[in-house]
Design a protein around this ligand. Structure first.
Ligand SMILES: N[C@@H](CCC(=O)N[C@@H](CS)C(=O)NCC(=O)O)C(=O)O
Length: 213
């Protein structure tokens, strides 16, 4: 089967994480050609005002701009065969992606705190409140939907968004947030992380990224 895809340019920061990453991963999974425009942090102040909301990711599709991560995840997910056609299953995927976005919004301020004491307090509050709250909800959703995937008992872009959030939480990069918080709070999500890590296209994508960097 041959597909005609639109011309896509995805602009995001120059690291393999954050809001841009599930979109990149879904594009790679679907073998959808795209320009992977990575903006170095040092260039951001110069280009920020040229983006519609002064934020990334931004996608140019046939020369016209679309913003908002979950919108872009759905758009790419539909092209990549990673988004359910069934309305209820689509709501399941959407709910998981919205939860990840909500939790990210709560976590972001602590990523930029300079004062170590302020950062410690913020991180401890996150580890005691919002992080377990959202992890438990995501874990319960996963269990209710069959335990393997977030929507329709098959891989979707929602699995990529949760996988990348869990990867961040487990990375040890977040001081004062125990790296085993996922395992302790929602073991099903930790297993889901392993499942998605082993998807052949995901393995191939990160092998390619490792070779490129
Ligand atoms: N609602 C937007 C949020 C986008 C957003 O906050 N992007 C961050 C990076 S992940 C950003 O551009 N930060 C740089 C800045 O605000 O200057 C979305 O879902 O895409």
């Amino acid at each position: 089967m041959t597909h005609t895809f639109p011309k896509i340019k995805l602009s995001y920061f120059d690291f393999d994480g954050g809001r841009g990453e599930p979109i990149r991963l879904a594009l790679a999974y679907g073998n959808i050609p795209f320009e992977d425009h990575r903006i170095p942090g040092s260039d951001w102040p110069k280009v920020k005002d040229q983006t519609p909301l002064h934020q990334l990711p931004v996608m140019e599709v046939n020369g016209k701009i679309i913003t908002q991560t979950n919108t872009l995840c759905r758009f790419v997910g539909k092209m990549a065969g990673l988004y359910p056609a069934d309305p209820l299953e689509a709501a399941h995927a959407d709910e998981a992606m919205a939860d990840v976005e909500d939790l990210l919004i709560k976590m972001v301020p602590s990523l930029f705190m300079q004062d170590p004491e302020e950062k410690r307090r913020a991180r401890e509050a996150l580890a005691a409140g919002p992080i377990p709250l959202y992890l438990r909800r995501l874990g319960a959703m996963l269990a209710e939907r069959g335990g393997q995937y977030f929507a329709g008992n098959r891989l979707s872009v929602a699995d990529f968004r949760v996988f990348l959030m869990v990867r961040h939480l487990q990375s040890g990069a977040l001081d004062h947030i125990p790296a085993d918080i996922v395992k302790q709070t929602a073991p099903g999500l930790a297993k889901h992380f392993e499942r998605i890590s082993a998807v052949p296209q995901v393995v191939a994508y990160y092998k390619k990224r490792a070779a490129a960097t």
